[in-house]
Design a binder for this molecule. Structure first.
Ligand SMILES: NC(=O)c1ccc[n+]([C@@H]2O[C@H](COP(=O)([O-])OP(=O)(O)OC[C@H]3O[C@@H](n4cnc5c(N)ncnc54)[C@H](O)[C@@H]3O)[C@@H](O)[C@H]2O)c1
Ligand SMILES: [Zn+2]
Length: 354
């Protein structure tokens, strides 16, 4: 599938257990110029060494750079270490970075590639469900600052996204579920028949059946590609991808990023957005129930532990996506449709929190 962005267009390839098929897709990369595979130390064991061997057997001068995983290492310190390593390994302006792993290696490697020698090519090989359906497509890169997440970053589109759903087999259940939250999000904001597919195939999805995974990842990438092609830098409809995220980020921050992982917080955030929409007569109670039921039955949380609603609202107001201090909230208006609302009052929000 193609992400249409003029001279920055690129293809997303999706298959099962087909990593060697990456090689013929790399014929645009000169063999004379070095490749750096960037990953976290966990994925290095699972897939990094295999990728390194594959590249070398294909005649590339490749190296593997692994940094410790986790949000604490999604930092400028890691980027500095990686870019210094890139210099030492002889990467030049024609070199290529391969971002191998979940959203963290993807964001870090993409950012490093975007600033190294003012920007070099990179390829995304995502290995978590979240990265396969979300972070590997769209060109957002970035790292955290001590003051907050993703505060430093760039838009830098990859040259290719190569997805092998067999990576999902080894993913811990909680990481799998975090990706599913984003999957459900696409159904709600964009595609009612895909939402129906998720409702009807919960067992196969829960079992990570590769055929269903491929369909799921394909559909999500197609939606993201469509949204990004229409609004690369989030001036308009790309904001719909933030459904559940304003509530979710506030929950993550207030619980110190320990209680919920990203997808769990987003799942709760989607339920809160649906409740707010239903209460404001934007969404039917039937559609509200379908959203909540799907999230619940796929194994994601729908409620949060007690937090003062005033704290939640205060935290939401700090959202990066606020405009002039006014919250921009994505609310579902049906299954498959959603809108950004800039006029929801804090009083309305307070009424649906508990
Ligand atoms: N750029 C974007 O558009 C975008 C979009 C959404 C999220 N993000 C970012 O993505 C990050 C979260 O991504 P994530 O959830 O993939 O986190 P992650 O990269 O930390 O991966 C989660 C865990 O799974 C492990 N792992 C990865 N692949 C595995 C595999 N195949 N088998 C077993 N274990 C594996 C990792 O080592 C890690 O411990 C956040 O930092 C978020 O800000 C970016
Ligand atoms: Zn998200």
């Amino acid at each position: 599938m193609r992400v249409e962005l003029g001279d920055r267009s690129y293809d997303i390839h999706i298959g099962n257990d087909w990593l060697p098929q990456l090689m013929p897709l790399l014929d645009f990369i000169p063999k004379t110029s070095a490749i750096m595979i960037i990953t976290d130390s966990n994925v290095a064991e699972i897939a990094g060494h295999r990728m390194l061997e594959l590249m070398r057997s294909g005649g590339f001068k490749a190296e593997l750079a692994a940094f410790p995983g986790g949000e604490d290492h999604k930092s400028l310190i890691t980027v500095r270490a990686l870019t210094e390593r890139m210099v030492e390994s002889g990467l030049d302006r024609h070199s290529t970075v391969i971002a191998l792993g979940g959203g963290i290696p993807g964001d870090v490697a993409g950012f490093a590639a975007s600033v190294y020698m003012r920007g070099i090519r990179y390829i995304q090989v995502p290995t978590t469900l979240l990265a396969q359906v979300d972070s590997s497509v769209g060109g957002k890169t970035g790292v955290n600052l001590p003051q907050g997440k993703n505060l430093v970053g760039t838009f830098h589109q990859p040259s290719l996204v190569f997805i092998d759903v067999s990576f999902i087999e080894t993913l811990p259940e909680r990481e799998y579920l975090t990706g599913l939250a984003e999957v459900i999000k696409y159904g709600i904001i964009w595609d009612s028949s895909f939402f129906g597919f998720l409702e009807q195939n919960q067992t196969a999805i829960g079992n990570r059946d590769p055929e269903y995974l491929q369909h799921m990842v394909h559909r999500c990438c197609a939606i993201k590609a469509d949204v990004v092609a229409q609004d690369e830098t989030e001036e308009g409809i790309r904001a719909l991808l933030n459904l559940g995220h304003t509530f979710g980020h506030a929950l993550e921050v207030l619980t110190g990023y320990h209680r919920y992982n990203h997808g769990e917080a987003v799942a709760i955030g989607i339920v809160l957005a649906a409740r707010l929409a239903a209460k404001s007569s934007i969404l039917s109670s039937r559609d509200h129930d379908r959203i909540k039921n799907l999230i619940f039955s796929l194994g994601l949380p729908t409620t949060y532990e007690r937090l003062a609603s005033s704290d939640l609202i205060a935290q939401m107001r700090k959202d990066k996506k606020s405009v002039g201090g006014q919250l921009q909230l994505v609310l579902p208006t049906g299954i498959g449709t959603s809108q950004v609302f800039g006029d929801i009052s804090e009083n309305q929000i307070a009424q649906i929190l508990y």
